[in-house]
Design a protein around this ligand. Structure first.
Ligand SMILES: CCCCCCCCCCCC(=O)SCCNC(=O)CCNC(=O)[C@H](O)C(C)(C)COP(=O)(O)OP(=O)(O)OC[C@H]1O[C@@H](n2cnc3c(N)ncnc32)[C@H](O)[C@@H]1OP(=O)(O)O
Length: 197
């Protein structure tokens, strides 16, 4: 499809997109990124119903993460639900934005389900940002089973859209926003973004 005819939500970066830039203060390759929010369904340590995904910084703007499929994540008997796998991909892709010190939300996310993923499987996830165009961040991820070099079970392409921290204050519920602001580590993080946009 020619560039002029691409839909606005296309997952293909425009021709004048640029390479992503790793922030100088991004965590070193191998360092855990930690949860961006304690109650996040994807990464929050305090979220009892969550996926408890733990991402680590990779080289450039890349991350790795592991997600263990539990019995509570089933769709078909003994197999992971596709929506849960997409959530794991979404969270992994979302964590890339921390490496650029950009706050962004998922605009579009497209998943290919290549192989079934049984309960108790560890999904080895790898994600990388490939291009940036104004507020749009283009990223891709794969999830492998049987080990970090095992066969691909899922893959996804996404566009994240950069937002200001006010996005969450404007749209979120007062109760949770207040609780997040009262958490010292969250405040430090938000401050860091205001100082190092
Ligand atoms: C405290 C820290 C916590 C940090 C918290 C981090 C959370 C991470 C959690 C994991 C990730 C998630 O699940 S996030 C949750 C799921 N996602 C959401 O809730 C997002 C809901 N959608 C929205 O709020 C909105 O639609 C936005 C912000 C995405 C876009 O609205 P907007 O700000 O008005 O932007 P707009 O001017 O329309 O568009 C800006 C540019 O983006 C493009 N664009 C707009 N929408 C899309 C789209 N769906 N797909 C592709 N591209 C799009 C436009 O063509 C335009 O390109 P051009 O004209 O420049 O070319």
């Amino acid at each position: 499809m020619s560039a002029a005819n691409r839909p606005k939500t296309s997952l293909v970066p425009p021709d004048d997109a640029v390479a992503p830039v790793r922030h100088p203060e991004a965590p070193a390759p191998g360092a855990p990124l930690g949860a961006h929010y304690d109650q996040c369904f994807g990464c929050g340590e305090g979220q009892p119903h969550g996926l408890h995904l733990q991402a680590r910084a990779g080289d450039g703007v890349s991350v790795t993460a592991e997600f263990t499929v539990k019995a509570a994540h089933q769709g078909a008997p003994g197999l992971a639900h596709g929506g849960v796998l997409t959530s794991a991909l979404d969270e992994t892709l979302g964590s890339l934005n921390w490496l650029m010190h950009v706050i962004a939300v998922t605009g579009r996310l497209e998943t290919d389900f290549v192989r079934p993923v049984p309960v108790d499987t560890v999904l080895h996830l790898e994600a990388r940002t490939t291009a940036v165009h104004r507020r749009k961040i283009y990223s891709s991820a794969v999830g492998r089973i049987g080990g970090p070099d095992g066969p691909v079970a899922v893959r996804a392409d996404a566009v994240f859209i950069e937002v200001k921290v006010e996005h969450f204050i404007e749209h979120g519920r007062d109760e949770e926003i207040q609780a997040a602001m009262d958490e010292p580590d969250e405040v430090r993080r938000i401050r860091a973004f205001e100082v190092n946009p």
